[in-house]
Design a binder for this molecule. Structure first.
Ligand code: NAD
Length: 256
């Protein structure tokens, strides 16, 4: 029960990593507000409640400031405080810097970076009023080691790390900590969509597996465990940094 008595907002909580974070936060004793544009968040909140946890679903398109603000305010209105914000909602993909156009920029940046900014902007004053808080940005290893055709995804994820550092510097004096998690390849619908685009999917999958020293892909629960740590008081002197959760993939140098 490492989050007992805490109130947490998790974005993109209908699916994949966000859902696993919401489930684990609730299992650790937090009251959890699940924010997602998809109605699937309602079922996720119901499943947490039926397992004995406390959860509320708020439908929100986080590309819109009023909806991001409404999401974090819902935590105050329902539970009277806000201690943790996990900025997880995101979309991937992209093209090269030359090929990308305004629509690629808006589709990815408007959610991954601007949506996270909106949530932070409106959550931080509520966290200060609650006596402090912890922000956990779900970035990506793409922030520092990317693949072809991932602009502006990789830039949005690098921006999330820099934004967390900025929050650490500006609001540390108010007891706000902000950190980023950089997951590697995690088995979710988003990762499935990535693999499905390749005609030689099986060969790709095997090559991806071979790039993981631990011999497996990550699970959403692997990221959720890291998020619990950074959200909890166990990480009370950790701020402005990043935690890589990639099964050792970014430590491996290719030998062929
Ligand atoms: N899966 C991976 O391998 C991996 C690796 C590194 C980082 N990440 C990051 O983790 C996060 C979660 O990814 P996932 O794999 O669980 O993806 P996912 O597609 O399973 O979940 C993303 C969630 O975001 C929600 N969402 C989409 N648009 C939204 C909007 N406008 N407003 C609110 N919610 C919206 C979706 O409805 C969905 O529930 C993303 O930020 C992604 O970039 C994923």
């Amino acid at each position: 029960m490492r989050l007992k008595g805490k109130v947490a907002v998790v974005t993109g909580a209908a699916s994949g990593i966000g859902r696993a974070i919401a489930v684990r936060f609730a299992a650790e004793g937090a009251s959890v507000v699940l924010g997602d544009v998809s109605e699937g968040g309602r079922e996720a909140a119901e499943s947490i409640r039926s397992a004995g946890g406390e959860a509320l679903f708020v439908q929100a398109d986080l590309r819109r400031e009023a909806e991001a603000s409404g999401l974090v305010r819902a935590a105050m209105e329902r539970y009277g405080q806000l201690d943790v914000l996990a900025n997880n909602a995101g979309v991937s993909g992209g093209r090269t810097v030359v090929e990308a156009d305004e629509s690629d920029w808006e589709r990815i940046m408007d959610l991954n970076l601007k949506g996270a900014w909106y949530c932070c902007k409106h959550a931080i004053p509520l966290m200060i009023a609650s006596g402090g808080g912890s922000i956990v940005n779900i970035s990506s290893t793409h922030a520092f080691r990317t693949q072809p055709n991932h602009f502006p995804y990789q830039s949005s994820k690098a921006g999330m790390i820099a934004m967390a550092a900025g929050i650490c510097v500006d609001f540390g004096k108010h007891g706000i900590r902000a950190n980023s998690i950089c997951p590697g390849f995690i088995e979710t619908p988003l990762a499935e969509a990535f693999l499905s685009q390749f005609a030689d999917r099986d060969r790709r999958t095997q090559a991806m597996l071979a790039s993981h020293p631990l011999g497996r892909f990550g699970k959403p629960e692997d990221v959720a465990a890291a998020a619990v740590f950074l959200a909890s008081d166990d990480a009370s002197f950790i701020s402005g940094t990043r935690l890589v959760v990639d099964g050792g993939r970014s430590a491996l140098q290719k030998s062929d």
